[in-house]
Ligand binder design. Structure first.
Ligand code: ARG
Length: 649
């Protein structure tokens, strides 16, 4: 409301008496909403066409050579034979505006440019006033945007979800990065977001792990490095289990051979039984059975593994600015919920018996969905069974309006089956509220270095490399207060930016040299751009200390920004709130990242033309206001991505 008042005041001075605001737009938060509403209003008056039709036809352009807004005459859906002629007519009828230049018509396309001075005077103070929330639009998550008292919509973002005692692989890394980003995005859009980690922490393999710990475990190692140690134990015990498997195969083959020769097999059969009875597999099966029956000793050991792992995960996630509201997991799904789901599936004839197992034949909906087993012959549940039951449990607990699963595209089928089964069970709304955010693979990561199995190791390796890169500029390196910490943050930025650069579905190659470079569109480059803006403020305030006490939003005379480089930069700043809204549609981190790189490119072309030190005082203030607004916008975008902007590097 405050922003709207300030804006209305400014517009009045320009001769616009009423705030242009088409329905469902936020001109006080989003300059593009203001300009689109304004142009739609003018065009509606001059053409007689409903502004509701004009508004969506006005598109933000990719390049300023094509205007700030453009509109295809055909998009107005009027019955006209000659669209070029129609465009020309609209162009001729477009009136003078205090905000927009004379329209340019190219064939059947109309191009609108914003007048630089009013744009600068509107946008820069707006950025400075909104500060850390510039560009965010927290009306998006309201149940009723016109009545905030009705509360916010509830969202669950399930992401990362590694498996205890197994490597944290590239799929988990991407899920962590993309999921963290989505949670931030929806948070900033006003949704009530619950961040959930659904651990792989249940199944016979945790019986295997317990048996292994008995043989190879060390209390001390467990406490020191639970994730790594449990993995080592798991590898060792799995090897024994595999050897036993081989041995059994061998014995079975021998029995067949003896049978063929019609010889006595009893001795070998005894041997086989011996291995089967005393092997890891059987022990693990028994152990897991004790766990499922809630036997306290068995459960106690497992819980310790789980708790210690979570404790360690928490520290690693903190390095990435991620905190979970709920450490859930496959183990947390109650038998009761699974029985309940089984009952519904049976009653609704969704499931059927197939040779003792319970399956759901999804081919009747789509061949691709195949048949899914939901209960094994021995009565045990499966990954899919637990997911089905977990949805209802989560709904009971959170009453979510939307739930996002951030999981690799290798699991496309699994999630498609899950959603279809929910739907078939009659949970239509629940199924519709769920969505799968998928992503492609990371290539060439596991081979980089033997240790890059766990998130911590990956981050460590990249931080070391980043530290090396920093050292190549000794003079700068010496000015950084805590180079180790900075190298860590830069390394994390390098990994994250590389991950978010392309569309999610694309595979990419883990390229240490490229991602840690300060040149090109990398994480360190983005950080460098931010640090440089911070250093500008530091230098100016050191030279002219009284500037620190000036409110740039009100005191700076922005009409002094006349250079095209300055205006181009303002144009980028003006676009951020619209990019934000668009990102909610694409759900792609690259939408934000591509924008931030454009912004930083506009910045680097402006430095030579808009120097601060050595300028007149008034010019100095105006330019400082512009750079401060740029720093704020860059900072806000970086934080949505989950990056920690550095002030020095
Ligand atoms: N733990 C699983 C894995 O590593 C991912 C879990 C994805 N989420 C889910 N609700 N199924 O493959």
């Amino acid at each position: 409301a405050q922003a709207a008042e300030a804006l209305t005041g400014k517009l009045k001075a320009l001769g616009i008496d009423q705030l242009p605001a088409e329905p469902n737009t936020y001109p006080a938060l989003n300059p593009y909403d203001l300009y689109r509403s304004h142009v739609a209003e003018l065009l509606s008056k001059s053409t007689g066409i409903d502004s509701k039709i004009i508004y969506p036809a006005l598109q933000r352009t990719v390049k300023t050579e094509h205007g700030d807004l453009q509109m295809a005459a055909a998009a107005l859906r009027q019955k006209r034979k000659d669209m070029k002629e129609f465009a020309q007519e609209i162009g001729n009828g477009f009136p003078e505006s205090p905000l927009v230049e004379k329209v340019v018509v190219m064939d059947a396309l109309l191009m609108f440019w914003f007048k630089p001075q009013p744009l600068t005077s509107l946008v820069v103070p707006a950025v400075l006033k909104s500060g850390a929330s510039y560009g965010f639009n927290n009306f998006q998550g309201l149940r009723d945007p016109s009545d905030p008292s009705k509360g916010r919509k509830k969202m669950i973002v399930e992401f990362s979800s590694p498996n205890i005692a197994k490597p944290f692989h590239a799929g988990h890394l991407r899920s962590t990065i993309i999921g963290g980003f989505l949670a931030n995005l929806y948070d900033a859009a006003g949704w009530d977001v619950t961040r959930m980690n659904y651990l792989g922490d249940w199944g016979k393999q945790y019986g295997v792990l317990a048996i292994g710990f008995d043989l190879f475990g060390s209390e001390e190692e467990l406490v020191k490095n639970p994730i790594g140690h449990l993995y080592d134990v798991y590898v060792k015990i799995s090897k024994i289990s595999a050897e036993e498997g081989d041995k059994m195969k061998e014995l079975k083959a021998k029995i067949e051979e003896l049978k063929k020769e019609e010889k006595d097999t009893s001795e070998v059969e005894k041997q086989l039984q011996e291995v089967a009875d005393n092997g890891v597999d059987e022990a693990a099966r028994k152990y897991f059975k004790r766990m499922t029956e809630g036997e306290p000793v068995a459960l106690g050991i497992w819980r310790r593994f789980r708790d210690l792992s979570i404790e360690k995960y928490k520290k690693t996630y903190a390095r990435l600015n991620i905190r979970y509201d709920d450490y859930s997991g496959e183990s947390q799904v109650k038998d009761e919920s699974m029985d309940n789901a089984a009952k519904i599936m049976e009653e609704k004839k969704v499931s059927e018996n197939s040779e003792g197992a319970i399956i759901v034949d999804l081919t009747k909906y789509s061949k691709k969905l195949g048949k899914a087993v939901v209960r094994k012959k021995d009565g045990t549940s499966l990954y899919l069974t637990r997911d089905i039951a977990a949805v209802s449990e989560r709904y009971e607990k959170y009453k979510f309006d939307k739930m996002i699963y951030v999981v690799a595209s290798q699991q496309d089928l699994h999630l498609a089956q899950l959603f279809k089964i929910l739907d078939a069970m009659g949970h239509k709304e629940l199924a519709a509220a769920c969505s799968h955010i998928n992503f492609g693979m990371v290539l060439g990561m596991s081979t980089r270095k033997g240790t890059a199995k766990f998130l911590d190791d990956i981050l460590e390796t990249v931080a070391e490399k980043m530290h090396e890169v920093m050292r190549t500029n000794q003079a700068k390196y010496e000015q950084v207060d805590d180079p180790v910490k900075t190298a860590d943050v830069l390394g994390i930025s390098a990994v994250m930016v590389q991950d978010m650069k392309g569309k999610r579905i694309n595979n990419y190659t883990f390229d240490m040299d490229r991602m840690t470079s300060f040149e090109g569109d990398t994480g360190p480059y983005l950080q460098y751009a931010h640090a440089r803006l911070c250093s500008i403020t530091r230098k100016v305030t050191a030279a002219v200390p009284e500037i620190a006490n000036i409110d740039l939003a009100t005191a700076a005379d922005l009409t002094l920004i006349t250079e095209t480089q300055g205006t181009d930069l303002v144009r980028q700043l003006a676009a951020w709130p619209d990019i934000f809204i668009n990102t909610l549609k694409t759900q792609e981190p690259t939408t934000v990242l591509t924008y931030l790189f454009k912004l930083t490119h506009a910045l680097s072309s402006s430095y030579d033309h808009l120097q601060i030190l050595g300028s007149e005082r008034e010019t100095m203030l105006a330019r400082l206001a512009l750079y401060t607004a740029a720093r704020q916008t860059l900072n806000n975008g970086m934080r949505i991505l989950g990056l920690s902007p550095v002030e020095r590097m």
